[in-house]
Design a binder for this molecule. Structure first.
Ligand SMILES: Nc1ncnc2c1ncn2[C@@H]1O[C@H](COP(=O)(O)OP(=O)(O)OP(=O)(O)O)[C@@H](O)[C@H]1O
Ligand SMILES: [Mg+2]
Length: 430
């Protein structure tokens, strides 16, 4: 059955969702499993010796690109290659990639994976992007996507979040979007016509990885000298810390569902478990959460009908409890943007008229004002006043007709699996 594809290339996780075009009834966005954490795939591209990129696999950090999606528009390339401080380093051994090229390759990979599963290419692709992207970043992204053969439109992440929200619950005024992922914090206001009215992205604002650090610091404080005295140059110590960081992240996620857990630490003297309670974790991250909420408060200045929480870190109970006003949270808030991107793609293809009425599926986690219409947990009772959605003009989509750029082609050509570094090396006469 024909379908459209939404893609969200996050700093740590890339997610995909499809929306069917045929059939009867509502076309619900479906998150597509990509074989990695939380149904997505890690946003990493590792350049392998044969010149191909391996997607989502942990590998040699010198040859692995990470965090590129939020660097689109940055003129500084991401350099992959040997340690530039090593004495035998040669410039020619390193590979320079622009962030938009890497992001486009990620989208291409996702589109290929989904097409292989579906047996056909998507009718259209929509890529969600940080709200701060201006014409320059969007232009670069369009060209890079075109260079890898992907015809895609772009939609700001908060607009995608609003699209997803409107699928399950219509809104008559404007919508606040509080976004907290692994690295990015965003506070935005989206109008009822899906226009982005305001958007602020936190530059120094803490997010998921900083909360992992908070758990890590708790472990360090608890173990004291036992951890501090380990030989930092010993590869076993590096292995221990790498594993400990992953376990701290896992413990943080666990604390969203339980009130106490522990972090295993594999010390040379034997394994120990460091307990941590949700209350302790909340005390550690409270200043960061309060700062994010203060920024959000300033951006929305009380003028939104309700606020949707999106991004994996929105699962932290303290976050939902701290955002003021009426707050809506999906069971998997890290998928809200990608589902909205798929819905935006569908609307682009079928037009705004074919939209059915929303059904109530998202979770209203809190409602500060008892006189307001959605009671806490009031999911079963559809609200009569909200059943008629407002007219829906097309989302803010950047046009595709931009000229090609040579540098993108160069990098893309170098990335075909059979060409690779060796092929380029021989071209260069090395
Ligand atoms: N149950 C949970 N409790 C707390 N944090 C969680 C939970 N599940 C996932 N996270 C955190 O959410 C973050 C990932 O969220 P998400 O997938 O939205 O980020 P991203 O899109 O890759 O990054 P960004 O939007 O910042 O560029 C990680 O820091 C992860 O640890
Ligand atoms: Mg994200």
């Amino acid at each position: 059955m024909p379908y459209v594809l939404g893609v969200d290339v996050g700093t740590t996780r890339t997610a995909a969702a499809v929306c069917r075009l045929g059939g009867t009834g509502r076309a619900e966005p479906e998150v597509v499993g990509l074989g990695g954490p939380g149904g997505g795939v890690a946003s990493t591209l590792q350049l392998t010796p044969d010149g191909a990129f391996a997607v989502g696999e942990p590998g040699d950090p010198r040859w692995t690109a990470t965090g590129f999606a939020r660097r689109v528009g940055d003129a500084v390339p991401i350099v992959l290659g040997p340690d530039p401080l090593s004495p035998d380093f040669r410039d020619a051994d390193a590979e320079q990639c622009m962030a938009e090229e890497l992001t486009a390759l990620m989208v291409m990979w996702v589109a290929d994976q989904v097409a292989a599963r579906e047996g056909e290419r998507p009718a259209h692709v929509v890529l969600a992007h940080p709200p701060g992207w201006g014409a320059h970043a969007k232009g670069l992204m369009h060209r890079a996507l075109r260079s890898v053969g992907v015809a895609a439109s772009l939609v700001p992440e908060p607009v995608a979040a609003a699209e997803n929200h409107a699928y399950s619950r219509s809104f008559a005024g404007s919508l606040g979007v509080f976004s907290l992922g692994s690295h990015g914090f965003g506070a935005s206001v989206v109008g009822r016509g899906f226009e982005l009215l305001k958007a602020v992205e936190g530059v120094d604002q803490a997010a998921g990885v900083d909360f992992d650090d908070a758990v890590f610091s708790h472990v360090r404080t608890s173990l004291g000298r036992e951890l501090a005295e380990l030989d930092a140059d010993d590869p076993r110590t590096r292995g221990l810390f790498g594993r400990l960081r992953r376990d701290c992240e896992a413990a943080k996620r666990m604390l969203s569902g339980t009130v106490e857990t522990s972090i295993p630490v594999h010390l040379p003297s034997g394994p120990v478990d460091v307990p941590i309670t949700r209350a302790q974790f909340e005390d550690l991250i409270r200043p960061d959460v309060e700062q994010a909420v203060a920024v959000f408060d300033r951006v929305v200045s009380g003028g939104v009908e309700m606020t949707v929480l999106v991004g994996g870190s929105a699962r932290i109970p303290l976050v939902a409890a701290s955002v003021p006003g009426r707050v809506v949270l999906e069971a998997a808030p890290e998928t809200s943007v990608v589902k909205g991107a798929a819905l935006a793609a569908r609307r682009l293809v079928v037009g705004p008229d074919a939209e059915p009425e929303p059904t109530e599926t998202s979770v209203m986690v809190r409602d500060d004002d008892p006189s307001l219409r959605f009671p806490v947990g009031g999911l079963d009772a559809p609200d009569a006043e909200f059943t008629a959605p407002p007219p829906r003009p097309p989302v803010d989509i950047t046009p595709l007709d931009l000229p090609e750029r040579r540098t993108v082609k160069r990098v893309v050509r170098g990335l075909v699996p059979t060409g690779g570094r060796r092929a380029r090396d021989s071209e260069d006469g090395r």
